[in-house]
Write a protein that binds this ligand. Structure first.
Ligand SMILES: Cc1cc2nc3c(=O)[nH]c(=O)nc-3n(C[C@H](O)[C@H](O)[C@H](O)COP(=O)(O)O)c2cc1C
Length: 223
């Protein structure tokens, strides 16, 4: 099958077509009517303290869905007998205690969040000396035909790959919940894509895929 990049142009085109068809007033009113709920950013630790291997699962998340993915990855990693700390990037001040790092970010505007890229820049040298795995969470992967976009989506992780080389990369569908994101023009455009039928609101996280990826990591990270 031919790999097709889901480009910004495709996105704007579908957004534009739908906005034209449905009218700004309807979409704007729907957006303004939305309640913004506080997202949650858990920072659990898993596994026994006396385990001699420690893994950091660092995440960047705006509305909380990537936090949930990071937590699931941490819990699954701990099943292999390692100690795991799941932490939001902004709260991490020292990565020296860790034998390996797994790091993921939500995608906004086809990029990892700025705080995730900043963390990568700040710890680049230290991260390059440790086994490192990266993942991203986005809504394009929730599309029925997501497989044909995967090659293009891998490009969104190029800036990460260029700074620190991952031993493995995870690509996961996230959550589209307009009650968790403050209104912006980007969100208005996303509502239009939903109206076009390309994206659906809801929780699209595939826990089996997430846990399977996490299970594949210990041999790569701790060999
Ligand atoms: C303002 C905004 C921009 C987004 N941009 C993209 C994008 O370019 N491509 C994509 O596939 N998903 C995009 N998404 C969807 C998010 O990646 C998805 O909702 C993800 O689950 C959010 O993670 P979080 O809950 O951890 O913040 C965007 C979401 C928002 C709110």
């Amino acid at each position: 099958m031919h790999a097709h990049k889901f480009s910004r142009r495709d996105f704007l085109k579908s957004a534009g077509v739908t906005l034209g068809a449905s009218g700004l007033i309807y979409t704007g009113a729907a957006a303004l009517g939305a309640q913004t709920q506080e997202p949650e950013f858990p920072e659990p630790s898993f596994g026994e303290k006396m385990m001699n291997k420690r893994i950091l699962v660092a995440y960047a998340s705006k509305a909380g869905s990537t936090a949930g993915v990071a937590e699931a990855i941490g819990r699954t990693l701990a099943e292999s007998g390692v100690q795991v700390d799941v932490r939001k990037v902004e709260t991490i001040t020292d990565i020296s205690p860790y034998d390996a790092v797994v790091m993921g970010s939500a995608i906004r505007g086809q990029k990892w969040l700025p705080e995730a890229m900043q963390f990568l820049q700040d710890y680049r040298v230290e991260l390059s000396r440790k086994p490192f795995a990266s993942f991203m969470v986005c809504i394009t992967l929730s599309m029925a035909n997501a497989g044909q976009y995967l090659e293009g989506l891998k490009g969104w992780m190029s800036p990460v790959r260029n700074l620190v080389h991952p031993v493995s990369e995870g690509y996961f569908a996230g959550v589209l919940d307009f009650s968790k994101v403050p209104f912006s023009l980007n969100v208005l455009a996303m509502r239009a894509v939903v109206l076009s039928g390309m994206w659906k609101e809801g929780d699209h996280r595939d826990w089996d895929a997430i846990n399977a990826w996490a299970k594949s990591l210990p041999p790569l990270l701790l060999s």
